[in-house]
Unconditional design. Sequence first.
Length: 218
Amino acid sequence: MTRELRLYDISVTVNRDTPEWPGDTAFSSDWSTTIAAGDSVNVSAMTSSAHVGTHADAPLHVHDGWPGSHELPLDAFCGRAMVVDVSDSDGEISLDVLAGRVPGDLQERVGRAQRLLLKTGHSIAVGRFPEKWPTLSEKCARALLGFGVRLLGVDCPSVDARDSRNLPVHHMLFSGNACLLENLDLRRVPPGDYELLAFPLKLMGMDAAPVRAVLRDI
C-alpha cells in the first residue's frame, strides 16, 4: 500500500490584518469590477509590500546591483529541508546551540538537507508583529555556508534582529550564494526532515517576492 504523504502549508495567510514590518506598505485589496455591480466578472486588485506575509528576499534587498527577485535560483527553493525548533532560544543562536537542537552530526545533517528552516515561535501568523526573535550569530551563519546550506528559512519577520541596521546574516548568506525565506508559519510542523516546495513569484527587478511555501513528508 502506498503511504499518503502529508502536506504542510507553511505560508502565512495574507489579508488586511496581516502585520507588516512597521513603516512598510500594508496589504490592502479592493474590487475593480464585480458581478453584483453588473460586470461580467469579479476582478480584484491589491497593494502591498513584497515583504508582507511569506516571501523570499532577493540579494537586491540589501545591496544595489545584486540580483533581483526574477533571478532567484528555483532549485534552491525545492528539495530536502530540515526543520529545527529553536523556540526556546533567546537572542543570538550560536553553532553550539543549533547543534544541540539537531539529532546526530549537524554538519552531516545540514549537508544532506541543504535547506534549513528555523522554528523560532515568533511568527506573524498569530496576528501581531513580534518585538524580537532569535537570530543566528554571524559565526553560525558562516559555518552553515561551509556545511553546504543553500537556503535559510525562518518563521519570524527577518533572519536578522529587528533593530539591526547592517543586516549581517542577510549579507553573509547572500554573499555565499544562499537564499532566504521569511515569515513562514511552522507552528504545526514537528522538527525533522521534509521536502520543501516554495517558489517565489517571477517579479522583475524587485527586492523580494511572495511565496506559497509547502512542506511534504518524505
